[in-house]
Design a protein around this ligand. Structure first.
Ligand code: SF4
Ligand code: SF4
Length: 341
């Protein structure tokens, strides 16, 4: 959450933003305008990648301020373009959209939350995999993780609906495993910032996979592959999750080759800009995949269903297999074969 008291107006956030070309003086003037509640040039260029929150050395959370101001002014292309989407999401959160879905499982196992995603947004066989066998599964608009609403000009959705979404999951009276890291972000970062109690235990998908793989090490065949990673925006709120991913890779014999666009320097999948600047989106996608190929990657993993859908076209066009993280683990466990190009 934006905290003006932590900001020293150094300008690092927007100097490092890869989607504008500001010198320090311009960056400082932009953050000062926003902090004063005024319109600023950055609002129309920001693609909501959340990276500046990771770049900020003081924890002031500048991307939150940008998203608040984008919603308040309503002038950014991304905000104007997505008004119907925001209205539809609000209806779903109010219980006027699709009903929630619930697949009952073993009472002793945790619940797998799919967020508001549909089953088809995950690779075929995901729910039938041994990874999630016997788990209760829930999905639907009322379980939406909310943090991604910033891509549509809906920063306020977190404040408005976080308690309701957490309450809906609490009704299940079970531990929760979030298959999408934005759900974990809502519980672990945003709810805390808003002082909302989370009355259940919860796990990030990577934590869950790591536990599962450690318990089933005898079934793992080391893959001996180089794999590039396409992280999503929520990673910026949870930089520590990279360490879990590195541990998963070590366990299954995968090398994450150093490349230009990763970790702090990762590129957004381009999902938020496809509807407003297709040319820019395609350019970002192809630079990203080419970079992975150039560093010797034999596949690229995704960790978010939106990134996964966005990266389908460029990875297929440039001949780099794309795998959702769960499928990479399933290959190591012998449930699937390594994909053809
Ligand atoms: S938000 Fe952070 S990076 Fe940006 S000006 Fe303030 S302290 Fe510097
Ligand atoms: S969220 Fe991303 S695009 Fe927006 S200002 Fe921050 S770094 Fe730039």
């Amino acid at each position: 959450m934006w905290d003006v008291a932590k900001c020293n107006f150094c300008g690092d956030c927007f100097v490092q933003c890869r989607y504008v070309d500001y010198d320090r003086e311009k960056a400082i003037s932009e953050i000062k305008l926003l902090a004063a509640g005024k319109e600023a040039d950055i609002l129309k260029h920001c693609i909501t990648c959340v990276a500046c929150t990771e770049y900020c050395p003081t924890g002031a959370d500048p991307s939150d301020l940008v998203f608040k101001m984008q919603e308040k002014t309503g002038t950014a292309p991304l905000v104007m373009n997505n008004m119907p989407v925001r209205e539809s999401l609000a209806k779903g959160l109010e219980g006027q959209g699709d009903p929630v879905e619930f697949i009952p499982g073993d009472p002793d196992k945790p619940v797998l939350s799919l967020d508001s995603f549909e089953y088809k947004n995950f690779p075929e066989g995901t729910l039938g995999s041994r990874l999630f066998q016997g788990m209760t599964v829930v999905r639907g608009p009322q379980y939406m993780s909310l943090t991604g609403c910033v891509h549509m000009g809906g920063q306020s959705f977190v404040e408005k609906y976080a308690a309701r979404v957490i309450g809906k999951l609490a009704e299940l009276n079970k531990d929760i495993v979030y298959i999408h890291n934005e759900g974990y972000t809502l519980a672990h970062v945003k709810a805390r910032e808003l002082g909302i109690d989370v009355p259940f235990k919860y796990q990030h998908l990577f934590e869950y996979l790591l536990d599962y793989l450690k318990k089933n090490q005898r079934d793992i065949t080391k893959l001996d592959k180089k794999v590039a990673v396409q992280v999503n925006c929520a990673t910026r709120w949870l930089p520590g999750q990279d360490a879990w991913l590195d541990d998963i890779f070590r366990l299954i014999g995968v090398e994450r080759p150093p490349r230009r666009y990763e970790r702090r320097n990762a590129l957004c999948c381009s999902g938020p800009v496809i509807g407003i600047n297709r040319e820019m989106a395609v350019d970002m996608q192809e630079k990203n995949v080419q970079d992975a190929l150039d560093c010797g990657a034999e596949a690229m993993i995704t960790i978010c269903p939106i990134c996964d859908a966005v990266m389908r076209r460029p990875t297929s066009r440039l001949g780099l297999p794309k795998l959702f993280i769960t499928d990479l683990c399933r290959i190591a466990l012998g449930e699937m074969a390594w994909p053809d190009k």
